[in-house]
Design a protein around this ligand. Structure first.
Ligand code: C2E
Ligand code: MG
Ligand code: MG
Ligand code: MG
Length: 277
């Protein structure tokens, strides 16, 4: 009867939830040890100038490679790292590693390469990120003029006063700021005026169906036009096809990232691309 069925369902969900909680704890423990075990690495995705086809920079994307397991995607562990506060030491490692990579490329004669680093909400709003960035710039010798920090709109809108202050401090050091996943949050372009921003990155969800969906095409057009009227640089994320690229080129989008050019790759492969570019 229905009662028995309900009981079964209840038992099923409990077991499922218990298993999820156990997995969650296991993941948290593994994540906690990952830094000491040196299991993180950075992959880099080229940022390409649409006009010239040249690689103008790279975005650092965090990867976790636990020993004896497949690589874990950031989408799977960044939320947990945020929740537990582990994002602060992990994010610090990302910043330091990306800055050292920038310096290593200069020393290797590849020239200064703009490196973009993602900052999470907790990293950006929760600690003195400007002080941390200043210390790491000093420690690594990284050129702040070739460092971009990416934050999402929702982070700006969560605490606009604090965000304005922090961004002002970072901009004063010569670091550029980009709004990531633009269009998915609730900020208006007008409200962006008060932040010292250099670039907008149009979220992949708008680029994906650009050539089929008239609404997405209209959104992308509007973002490019308005961003340019505010003297902001526009980067399209997740460009996979030549049709999408042609559309963006016709609309004057400045730069793009996407599988149509390259997936995120190991630093050595970036070096090869930069040497020919
Ligand atoms: P994001 O910053 O918006 O990065 C872009 C994501 O889109 C990357 O996923 C990239 O691999 C993927 N992508 C790029 N081009 C294409 C394409 O043509 N098609 C498709 N389908 N995907 C494309 P990834 O590396 O899995 O990173 C996901 C998100 O995790 C990032 O989104 C960012 O929010 C976060 N993340 C990555 N690294 C870090 C980090 O070091 N710190 C923090 N706080 N977050 C990070
Ligand atoms: Mg990003
Ligand atoms: Mg993005
Ligand atoms: Mg995105």
């Amino acid at each position: 009867g229905s009662k028995a069925k309900g009981g079964n369902q209840y038992a099923f969900y409990t077991a499922e939830m218990g298993e999820q909680a156990t997995q969650h704890l296991r993941l948290e423990g593994a994540l906690q040890r990952a830094l000491q075990r040196d299991e993180f690495l950075l992959h880099y995705q080229p940022v390409v100038d649409i006009g010239s086809g040249r690689v103008t920079g790279v975005e650092a994307l965090l990867r976790w490679q636990p020993a004896g397991h497949p690589m874990v995607s950031p989408a799977e562990f960044i939320p947990l790292a945020e929740e537990t506060g582990l994002i602060v030491p992990i994010g610090d490692w990302v910043l330091a590693t990306a800055m050292r990579q920038q310096v290593a490329w200069v020393r290797a004669g590849i020239g200064p390469v703009r490196i973009s680093v993602n900052l999470s909400a907790r990293q950006f709003l929760g600690q003195d990120v400007a002080q941390r960035v200043a210390a790491l710039l000093e420690e690594t010798g990284c050129d702040p003029g070739y460092l971009t920090l990416e934050i999402t709109e929702s982070v700006l809108m969560e605490n606009p006063a604090a965000a304005t202050e922090t961004m002002g401090q970072l901009a004063a050091m010569g670091v550029q700021l980009a709004i990531d996943d633009f269009g998915t949050g609730y900020s208006s372009l007008a409200s962006l005026k008060r932040f010292p921003i250099h670039s907008l990155k149009i979220d992949r969800s708008f680029v994906m169906d650009l050539t089929q969906d008239a609404d997405d095409a209209a959104i992308v057009n509007a973002v490019i036009a308005l961003a340019h009227s505010m003297k902001l640089n526009v980067i399209a994320e997740g460009v996979e096809t030549n049709e999408q690229l042609a559309f963006l080129q016709a609309r004057g989008c400045d730069q793009m990232q996407g599988y149509c050019f390259s997936r995120p790759v190991e630093p050595q492969r970036i070096e090869a691309m930069l040497r020919v570019s």
